[in-house]
Every structure is written in C-alpha cells, then in structure tokens.
Write a protein that binds this ligand. Structure first.
Ligand code: 5RP
Ligand code: FE2
Length: 224
C-alpha cells in the first residue's frame, strides 16, 4: 500500500469542463484536491475564491486541500472552512501572527498547514513545528502553474525531514510546483508525503492513469 498522498491541483483543470474534471478526480486514486487561492497581492496572479469553491465542493468527493496565497489569510479562515476546506495552509511570509492563525485554523476544525516560499529557510519554522499538521514546501515561486521545479527543494525536504525526526514530530510534508512522474520518486525518497500535481496531471493524455502512476511510484519507494 502506498503511504503518500496525491493531490491534483485544480488550477490546471479545464474550467469549461469543471464537472467532467471533478468526475475524473472522483474516479481516480487522488487523495485530495488541491485548491490554490491567489489574491494578486501576495502573488502576482488572481485565481479563484468562494463561489468556485462552493461549486467544487458539490462536485468533488475528495477532501479539499486549500493553499492560501493571500495576505491576511486570518480574515478568511472560517469562510474557507464553511466553504468546505479540509486542510487550510497559510504562507509563513503572509502571516504576522502565524501561531495565532494556526490555532484559529485548528479551532475551525480544519487541518492546519504552513507554506514556505522557495527561498524561505525551514529553520524559521522551529517554533511552530509542534503546532502544524502539514508543511508545504513551494518548489516554484507561487503564483502560477506549469513552472519548472526548483531542484534545491530536494535537500530542503531532507533537512526538514531530519529536523522532524530529531524532534519526534510527523506533520505531512507537501511539495507544490513542477511535480510529476519525472521527480516524484526523488521527492518521496527525500521525505515528501503529499505530492501536488497540476499540469503533470491535467495536461496529461490520461490524467487518471497519471494519478495512478504517481501513487504507484510510492509503492516502489516504500517497498524497501
Ligand atoms: O500553488 C501553486 C502555484 O503557486 C500550484 O499548486 C502549483 O503551481 C501546481 O501546478 P504545477 O503542478 O503545474 O506546477
Ligand atoms: Fe498550491
């Protein structure tokens, strides 16, 4: 059995065929649906918000993994929870009072995640590690799908994994940006346990088969 999770990213889906895309995700072995919220301020792009999330929530049977690339995310936590978020991840770089925001996410009933931009060192999370359910490492600069994977993410995952082992903690390590069949094995071996995949899934000839392959790679990794 595979021990890692695969989360296709809605950002890369065909919005003219939203119901069909969500039916595909439902049929697939995907564990979560990744939902990217961008505000045009924290990142130089605007994606989608509550009305789309409410529609997606009705169509999608998988838990919604909400990645907030917005300033002042604390203002919207209960609204995202009400709209159906199972996991809410906020950026370290966007939170003035991260500890408080993480507690508010947990109090809402959602799992709480913290995300780091590619240049933000994992050491800055030392005093919040105990409190989070998930750590999202961006492997591209946030704001757009379809970008090239930043290779330095691999040693960063290893460093984070070592830190967590030292501290006897086990939040999920999620990798987001440029993830696909070409690097999934290396990511899992380094210590990742949630793979977000946008273009590599929705841009594939057979997205369902690609999700199955992303899950199967894990089975190989975990055989040893
Ligand atoms: O947070 C994101 C971008 O900021 C997306 O989740 C990410 O880009 C996924 O898309 P792809 O797999 O195509 O890189
Ligand atoms: Fe994302």
């Amino acid at each position: 059995m595979s021990q890692h999770l695969v989360a296709p990213s809605l950002l890369a889906a065909d919005f003219t065929q939203l119901a069909a895309e969500m039916a595909l995700v439902n049929r697939s072995q995907a564990d979560w649906l990744h939902f990217d919220v961008m505000d045009g301020r924290f990142v130089p792009n605007i994606s989608f918000g509550f009305p789309i999330m409410e529609a997606v929530q009705k169509l999608c049977q998988k838990p919604l993994d909400v990645h907030l690339m917005i300033l002042e995310p604390e203002k919207y936590i209960s609204a995202f929870r009400d709209a159906g978020a199972a996991v809410i991840t906020v950026h370290y770089e966007a939170c003035v009072h991260l500890h408080r925001t993480i507690q508010e996410i947990k109090a809402s009933g959602a799992k709480a995640g913290v995300a780091l931009n590619p240049h933000t060192p994992i050491e800055l999370l030392d005093d919040i590690l105990e409190d989070v359910d998930l750590i999202l490492l961006m492997s591209v600069n946030p704001g757009f799908g379809g970008q090239k994977f930043i290779y330095r993410t691999i040693p960063k995952i290893r460093r984070l994994k070592d830190r967590l082992i030292e501290r006897n903690l086990s939040p999920l390590i999620e990798i987001d940006g440029g993830v696909g069949l070409q690097n999934a094995e290396e990511l899992l071996k380094a210590g990742a346990n949630v793979l977000v995949a946008g273009n590599s899934v929705f841009g594939a000839k057979d997205p369902e088969a690609t999700i199955a392959q992303l899950k199967a790679i894990g089975e190989e990794v975990y055989k040893f």
